[in-house]
Design a protein. Sequence first.
Length: 244
Amino acid sequence: MRGAYEQVGAEIPLVGGCAGDDLRMNVTHQFFGSRILTGSVVSAAISSDGPIGIGVRHGWSAVGEPMTVTSSDGVVVKTLDDEPALDVYLDRLNAPAGARTDADAFTAHAATRPLGLSRRGRDEIRFVATADFENRTITCFAEVPQGGQCSIMEGDSDSVLEATDEACAEAIAGLQGGTPQGVMVFDCIARKGVLGGGIVAEIDRIAEQTNGVPVAGFYTYGEIARTTGSSGFHNQTLVVLALG
């Protein structure tokens, strides 16, 4: 994100998502023309004579009191409120026994219980990917800055679908009264896990909110929506781009 920001500057918004591999957490691939790549970034520049609207919502709510990230190293959270991060995370959630000892059970439990970082009046979501049972740390999909405030988040299908409506409304509002000609959607794979069969309802709601214009997108391992500042990387969030 910082590299892209340095190249295009503050006036150009950045929207998109990270490739996935159907939750195998092994390797992802990208398409560029006729080439199949891995470990790469593919970008496209879109210009328009009309306005462009961007909506960002996640649908998660904080559980309990916020905590201070007292020790972290990039994506690895070591301590929360000066206690081992894994223990704090598990105890706050009253996690089942399996999630406390088994890596797969932990990942399944954590998939719908992310961390929320308090930034600029809104929470930026961080997917909790894995646990280190020996060192009692947790690893997220994106950086968790040391010294910042965070909360454990939870959500359900109703809150996730409500966020879908809000993201679409925010994107359309950015068209300044115009009608969208097309919509691009970047939706976190973890939101799909919460919705289950409700993913059809989510697609229907997007179509309803955008008056049935063409919609394209994919499920992501991380969502990009940089509109202010140099950051703008999200997890377990829906990003909607409306083209006027």
